[in-house]
Design a protein around this ligand. Structure first.
Ligand code: ADP
Ligand code: MG
Length: 477
């Protein structure tokens, strides 16, 4: 039986759906269109270059694996990127690119990944292998510069800076950074590593997750190479182990880590550990390790406050060369208060939606996207509440708003109120009109249009409306 384009892609989606979080599935997989099946090559159409890059960076392995399962082991993937969606005169313009990361994809994740030019398995048997050849495994984007300081992370961030300035020669050894998911542990730990390298490229820095550490350990114990493993780690000047809570499954790895820890600490080398819990609450980690964790400093990360969240978004946008209205930034920062990763996720989702729909980012789009992200409160704001806010804001008497006054300030205040009532309540135009001394729905339409026009042309007016929008939004939470 030959498989058709649609059945192939649908089978892929079935598999992917179970693996990827729903929100991500909606954002990154639903918009994909299967367009061609040439024997073993599946061509999928994606809406933009950005979308393609995102898939290549985050999902290419998943796509590869899935496609092989559905189409067989020679399956290949190609993207068709929508460059221009065309119009009635011009045909759409697209570009085909084979999936990239795909070719290099390998199932073998147990390879010893720590040494550049990989064939070197054991640093000690290769004469002349220099310590410098140890790749720190750091992501260069995780720096102190990109790590916004706030009350939520001040202690940890400053301790991190101290450690980066004088690795090993400070009282924060080990430095344990702990806190919930997405609060910036990995970023901060890597920022320390990057900073050490920046100041002194000769220092041997190594970042490793505890899971990878355990995997390598298991791999080396199978080959009777535990001593090599331990010796390798003893070469490091600044050792960063991320997510040590995962050690709870691994007694033998803990023994190895204990030996490494002692050696490094005694030799004045720096250890940086992260954990999702305070050391005292870590289960399944040997007491002798825990007591060593307490030798240094344990600093926690909290959820950043509203101002810090705004700054994080702005820093991120600046780094990526993005722009969006301040009101949208505020809206995201206000509504997403779980952790920074969610905040970034919402931003990415918003960008994707905007490029998919070829639409400017505005509050409306942000709301749409966020509906999928957080349980935005459903407290319905009333027309009366909006009227009261506008009256307070412009210092206008409530009854004036309802009367037929033609004074310019009052007319504008009234129009803005209608506009906000239209945007923030589910009331019909007719109902809104009735709340303003029995005006009819065409008046409401006209008011909304006038407000939109004025916002385009009059800066002060726009500022006023946006500030009011913000107030209404906050009241609706
Ligand atoms: P964790 O390791 O605690 O789960 P991460 O370090 O992976 O969290 O952080 C999640 C995301 O949030 C990362 O993209 C990181 O860059 C970003 N982030 C976290 N805290 C901050 C901060 N204070 N300033 C800027 N970005 C941050
Ligand atoms: Mg992390």
């Amino acid at each position: 039986m030959t498989k058709t384009l649609d059945t192939v892609w649908n089978s892929c989606l079935e598999i992917i759906k179970d693996i990827v979080e729903w929100q991500h599935f909606k954002t990154w997989f639903e918009p994909i269109r299967p367009v061609e099946l040439k024997t073993n090559i599946l061509v999928i159409q994606v809406p933009s270059q950005f979308f393609y890059e995102y898939l290549e960076e985050h999902y290419v392995n998943l796509l590869a694996k899935t496609l092989r399962r559905v189409l067989g082991k020679d399956a290949q993937l190609e993207y068709r990127i929508m460059v221009d969606s065309g119009n009635h005169k011009n045909k759409p313009l697209t570009m085909d690119i084979p999936a990239h990361g795909y070719k290099t994809y390998s199932n073998n994740e147990m390879d010893f990944p720590l040494v550049i030019n990989n064939p070197v398995k054991n640093p000690f048997v290769i004469p002349g292998l220099k310590k410098m050849q140890i790749d720190p495994q750091l992501n260069p984007i995780y720096t102190f510069d990109s790590y916004v300081e706030g009350d939520s992370n001040r202690v940890a961030r400053r301790a991190g800076k101290t450690v980066a300035e004088k690795p090993g020669a400070n009282s924060f050894n080990p430095l344990v950074i702990y806190g919930g998911v997405g609060l910036g542990k990995t970023h901060l730990a890597q920022a320390i590593g990057n900073e050490v390298k920046r100041v002194n490229a000769n220092k041997v820095v190594l970042y490793v997750s505890s899971e990878k550490f355990i995997n390598q350990f298991v791999d080396h114990s199978r080959n009777n190479a535990i001593n090599d493993f331990i010796h390798f780690y003893q070469l490091i000047d600044v050792l960063i182990i991320d997510d040590v809570q995962f050690f709870n499954r691994a007694e033998k790895s803990q023994d190895a880590f204990f030996a490494i820890f002692n050696h490094l600490h005694q030799s004045g080398k720096q250890l940086i550990l992260t954990s999702d819990k305070a050391p005292k609450d870590l289960e399944g980690v040997q007491e002798r390790l825990l007591s060593r964790f307490r030798w240094g400093l344990s600093a926690d990360l909290q959820v950043p406050d509203y101002e810090t969240r705004i700054e994080i978004l702005e820093r991120k946008m600046k780094n990526d060369g993005l722009e969006m209205p301040k009101e949208v930034v505020k809206y995201l920062a206000y509504n997403i208060n779980s952790n920074v990763r969610e905040l970034e996720g919402a931003l990415i989702s918003l960008l994707a939606q905007s490029s998919l729909n070829r639409r400017e980012i505005d509050l409306e789009l942000a709301k749409k996207v966020l509906r999928n992200f957080v349980k935005t409160s459903s407290k319905e704001i009333t027309i009366e509440a909006i009227q009261k806010m506008v009256c307070d804001y412009f210092d206008v008497a409530y009854d004036k708003l309802l009367q037929k006054t033609r004074k310019r300030e009052i007319v504008q205040a009234r129009q803005i109120t209608m506009y906000l009532a239209k945007s923030f309540t589910k009331n019909s135009l007719k109902t809104i009109g009735e709340h303003f001394g029995g005006r009819d729905h065409t008046t409401v339409i006209h008011s909304c249009q006038t407000v939109k026009d004025l916002m385009d042309t009059d800066n002060v007016f726009r500022e006023n409306v946006m500030e009011l929008q913000q107030k209404v939004q906050l009241a609706a939470l």
